[in-house]
Ligand binder design. Sequence first.
Ligand SMILES: [Zn+2]
Length: 335
Amino acid sequence: MNRLKTGIAYFVRNRDHKRVEQDLLDIKNRGCTYVVHFMTEFDTVFFPESVKEICQVTRDLGLEVYLDPWGLGGFICSKYSLFPLDRPEECQVLSDGSPLMQACPNSEVFVEHTERWLDKAAEVKAQYIFWDEPHLFFDNNTKGATPRWACRCSRCQEQFAAMYGHTMPVEPTSDVYEFRQETLYRFFNRVTAMAHERGLKNSLCLLPLRSDEHGFSDWDRFCSLPHVDIFGTDPYWYFVDAEPKQYVTPYTKRVLDLCQKHGKEPHIWLQGFRVPKDQEHEIAIAGLTVYELGIRNIAVWVDKYGTGDNNASANPERVWTVTGDLYRFLHNLGE
Ligand SMILES: [Zn+2]
């Protein structure tokens, strides 16, 4: 049985070394074995030394460092990226011809930009890169009209025509869906190899949507990527007002099956943000469920040290207590 790994995201920016140490000591005492830190493009401009120091303090406390390129290019989790401001011509174009301020994964300039980010990740001595919810834009809220999707830039159109022998349609046909998936597959094949060359491991987390719209209907293929070490998803049940055990179980089983097939480490995120009042205990229900199914790499996003006021739970301290109690309970089970 693999050693239990328990993680938390840490989103605080603080240049006070002692305050960082205090937070991370609290994180360690709650039973975490790793921390997901962020290095946004904004951080690389304004906080490069702070990120380095936060990672250093984390390692010094014996915690592992996962680094999240949150927002990189605007299609890895958050849409807020600096890259489009500098290189709009390397960005995606919607099917109706409108510009989308998100990097095109088929842009060589953006792949190079990602490689430079990975250089910085290696400099701050991250151990894992956490590729967080990548997805392609799809808008089916168009009231009966053809859905708008990306990317249909000149690069993508050219590559599509070479692959299929006809012009890239404006409608999202099966060829379009296949091409978009291929786009993301090729991008992650390249960037995970680049991370590997720098001594970094790769953790890929896909949205709990196995649809063509977001470019990830074939999870098997992404799990099989040679340099993906950890593969998982984040089935956030409060978002859809679901019962936690019922909601997380099928996604967890799917992840476990694929990881067993491809020899990868399975990973599941639990929802610790926007947790409604008096429902905090559901985090423990979901955590025990995924543990019983066989997951040994569990993380909570987030609360307390989390992502912005918009994602705050009704009672962040209570969420943090439930998370810590869950982690310590699971570690005691394994002893
Ligand atoms: Zn494109």
